[in-house]
Write a protein that binds this ligand. Structure first.
Ligand SMILES: Nc1ncnc2c1ncn2[C@@H]1O[C@H](COP(=O)(O)OP(=O)(O)OP(=O)(O)O)[C@@H](O)[C@H]1O
Length: 236
């Protein structure tokens, strides 16, 4: 089994922020009317890191991912995002609701990620798509309509679509919520492989402590909108 790389690069000796980061949140807050979803969050994510965002329901995990993906503007503070600094960076988000086209087949949904400027040919894209589908054991049913698939199957399709866009970073919001233990591990192994092979940065909101223990990375733990712990996962 592949294991996660401990993310040391980009840190100065004293542990302070240097400029090689991918994402940087500076004293960032998000409010929805009177609800304070994120409070003065300070967070830096470096290229090639695996970061698990943890915390109880309502702690602010989705809000944090939405800020990182550029889908939600902070109420105050600053978010410095890779996709805004450099157009060669692409950040792909797997939302909790997956955002798949229900009436289309799985394969049609995956083809939405095809971009002729990043693939040499449609054959190359098709090969990568079928390889990923085989690893995640969905290859026999790619002609199924999304509306006819179960939740776990759909989350795998959404993750494959995200990876096919060859992103710098994947932001995934509870992607294993509908998966059993074996399928959760299988999905994470594929992501871990992309992390090792291609330096993919992964930010993963999850309640799944077993998964975190199995694949070492870092943790950002939120509680009522505050980032109360940021560091290596071995301390959970
Ligand atoms: N669009 C919104 N309008 C008003 N309040 C919101 C909105 N989105 C989130 N909230 C509130 O902001 C807080 C943080 O929500 P968020 O969804 O970011 O937390 P979470 O940790 O992802 O929760 P969960 O694990 O249940 O998905 C919660 O109190 C939530 O009710």
């Amino acid at each position: 089994m592949l294991t996660g790389r401990l993310p040391q690069q980009g840190r100065t000796q004293a542990g302070s922020t240097n400029q090689n980061y991918l994402f940087h949140l500076d004293n960032l807050s998000v409010e929805y009317g009177s609800v304070k979803a994120l409070k003065s969050v300070q967070l830096t994510i470096y290229p090639g890191e695996i970061l698990f965002v943890t915390g109880p329901s309502g702690a602010g995990k989705t809000s944090l991912l939405n800020v990182l993906g550029g889908h939600l503007a902070p109420t105050s503070g600053k978010a410095i995002l890779p996709q805004e600094r450099n157009s060669k960076h692409f950040v792909s988000t797997v939302f909790q609701d997956l955002r798949l086209l229900q009436k289309k087949s799985c394969e049609d949904n995956l083809w939405l990620a095809y971009d002729s400027s990043i693939y040499n040919s449609k054959n190359d894209f098709y090969k990568e798509m079928t390889d990923l589908a085989r690893h995640l054991q969905v290859h026999d049913h790619l002609n199924r309509k999304i509306e006819d698939c179960n939740g776990g199957f759909k989350s795998k399709v959404a993750m494959i679509r995200a990876l096919l866009s060859r992103p710098t970073a994947v932001l995934a919001d509870e992607p294993t919520a509908a998966l059993d233990k074996d399928n959760s591990y299988r999905l994470f192994e594929v992501l871990n492989h992309y992390n090792h092979k291609k330096g993919l940065t992964l930010v993963w909101a999850t309640h799944n402590k077993e998964l975190i223990k199995q694949f070492p990375g870092k943790i950002a733990h939120l509680d009522q909108g505050r980032l109360v712990y940021s560091g290596h996962a071995c301390f959970i």
